[in-house]
Design a protein around this ligand. Sequence first.
Ligand code: SF4
Length: 287
Amino acid sequence: MSDRCELCPRRCGRRPGFCGAGGLPRVFRWGPHFGEEPPISGVRGSGCVFFSRCTMKCLYCQNSPWSWRGGGADKTVAELTEIFRGLALVDRVENWNLVSPTPYLPSIREALKPLRDEGVSLPAVWNSSGYERVETLEEYSDLCDWALFDLRYSRDETARFASAAPDYVACSRAAVAWAWRRLGAHAIVRLLVLPGHSEEAVENLAWLATELSTEIPVSLMCQYTPSHAALRVPPFNRGVTEEEYAAVVEAAADFGFENGWTQGFGAADPASALHGENMPPDHGTVR
Ligand code: SF4
């Protein structure tokens, strides 16, 4: 893979850049995941591949062992091919779920090519913070049969403070708009309600309703659990209140969203919500 990289909105130029990704794809864990949205997990589970490093730096990151600290192992393209092959033929998952794939897109495409040439082909899920460049999405649209994109913030100052991504709002909204126009109902928007910032989720719902469509599937998430640097930074050092989450769910109903999912408030076990902190590397079921 080239040392040059302008795959995400950072447009670093040279590697290693902001995300710290090197020339080889680095993978932390891979395996079937049964906890994604129903059309993604299906019956046999979604074949997640958690790529190491991330183009965002979220102070509350729940995957910091590999996203911030670079855990995992470098894989050659051939090794990555075998990971995808095992997910398809041994685990028999529903799809290849590429979690934070952006720094490694050229290698992922190269790894999937021999499988697709052999007729071993699954839908590809581009699972992302939403911090993407439309040019990159267009160039690698063969890796995006489903988009699972976040809209995390509606205000640049929050995105700057909490994720070091001052241009997040414009970039993520452009990415979601691209996905909706290209994929329709295969574009799922995740709104993770953040403590003290539930109004930003409502503002993003308003933007979706007015600029795109109330038919776009939305996943309203209350599973936020303080971790990593957020343990010391109010209000990110607490969970979301029932009132904050209810305000977002009500707003979605008021705007007339027709498709999507909510989470049972309080149903999540805080320990499992932090599974990223405790999940072992390599192959295995993902909780
Ligand atoms: S993917 Fe990483 S190296 Fe490439 S532009 Fe983004 S932050 Fe920089």
